[in-house]
Design a protein around this ligand. Structure first.
Ligand code: ATP
Length: 327
């Protein structure tokens, strides 16, 4: 069957996330299976403006499903935030005869995509690719599950040494403005507390978790701190605890970019594969400016405007579970 969209461009943008390659592979193969050509765009929006483009065949995406990072490279682009930059990007699309764009990235990348689509009437579909899982309208994002498992493994290791030396470890976790990664990793790793931006009163949180531990004669422990929950991150929380409970021997560990790396989990590979196929289908069905998402195990399409603007809630039962289980 002949579709109005004959060539799709695909790019990765913003912070990289494990499983992006699985999504690129799925987009490429799903498009080719429908007789649609695929043009891979390197270095995110920068590459779209500069014309760093290569047509992909099915072989170009073989052997990448298990690889972390993104073979297309990623970038943050100041120029794309200007109208002149987006005009250049549009000119590249016309020159390369790219009819539609699939953007794999986070909320910033989708803000850019949405604006671009509005200004130049370009069909755009987003695939949520970020370890932060901070996009509204989807239960998960590509890379989130792998990052969770990476953090859990690291925290397990820290607990071994923390217990041996009777220390309290403050572990700083990524997440931009969102605490999903921190809270869920805290539950999975059996941490004593999580400090997240969605819940204020840090002192109370700490006092409850650490105070309880003290009463139960715990003299070691793990507190996960979301990087922007308090100014100064885990280090600041460590100083706070030392003041409140000088009896604790505290140590700070910043996991940093290792949270973004590694081979994607089976879950992320499957989600990325489904999202890639669903994104191509959305364009075939003439959907515009939507993000592919997963809700209760089913694929959904969410307007980009909502995915960006609405705030995803922290599940209260999870927050309560952490409080109960940490004492
Ligand atoms: P992550 O959540 O992993 O950090 P992200 O997609 O949110 O990923 P950002 O750095 O926020 O990462 O955005 C990526 C790129 O998207 C920016 O460098 C910029 O080029 C583009 N972008 C972001 N916001 C806008 C905007 N309002 N208008 C135009 N382009 C934008």
């Amino acid at each position: 069957m002949e579709y109005s969209i004959k060539t799709i461009g695909v790019l990765t943008s913003g912070g990289d996330a494990p499983g992006m390659n699985a999504a690129i592979r799925a987009v490429t193969r799903a498009a080719l299976a429908n007789g649609i050509r695929v043009k891979a765009i390197f270095h995110g929006y920068n590459g779209l403006m500069a014309g760093e483009i290569q047509e992909f065949t099915t072989q170009d995406v073989s052997g990448i499903i298990q690889r972390g990072g993104t073979i297309l490279k990623s970038a943050r682009s100041k120029e794309f935030m200007t109208l002149e930059g987006r005009q250049k990007a549009y000119e590249t699309m016309q020159r390369e005869q790219i009819d539609a764009l699939i953007v794999i990235g986070g909320d910033g990348s989708f803000s850019g995509a949405r604006l671009f689509a509005q200004e130049f009437n370009v069909p755009v579909v987003g695939i949520p690719g970020t370890i932060d899982n901070d996009l509204w309208g989807t239960d998960t994002t590509v890379g989130y599950d792998t990052a969770l498992n990476t953090i859990m493994d690291c925290v397990d290791k820290l607990r071994d040494t923390g217990t041996s030396h009777e220390r309290l470890f403050l572990v700083e976790i990524m997440g931009r403005d969102a605490g999903f990664l921190t809270l869920n990793a805290a539950i999975a790793a059996g941490a004593e507390a999580a400090v997240i931006p969605e819940r204020t009163a840090v002192e109370t949180q700490i006092e409850e978790a650490i105070g309880h531990g003290r009463r139960k004669h715990k003299n070691s422990g793990i507190v996960l701190v979301q990087e922007h929950a308090v100014p100064g991150g885990a280090k600041a929380v460590g100083e706070m605890i030392e003041k409140l409970h000088p009896e604790y021997d505290t140590r700070v560990t910043i996991l940093g970019h290792l949270q973004r790396g590694g081979s994607p989990s089976a879950f992320d590979r499957i989600v990325a594969s489904r999202f890639g196929c669903a994104a191509v289908q959305a364009l075939i069905d003439e959907q515009r400016s939507v993000m592919v998402g997963l809700q209760n195990g089913e694929i959904v399409y969410v307007p980009l405007s909502k995915a960006i603007k609405e705030k995803k809630d922290i599940k209260d039962d999870k927050w309560r579970a952490l409080q109960v289980l940490s004492i």
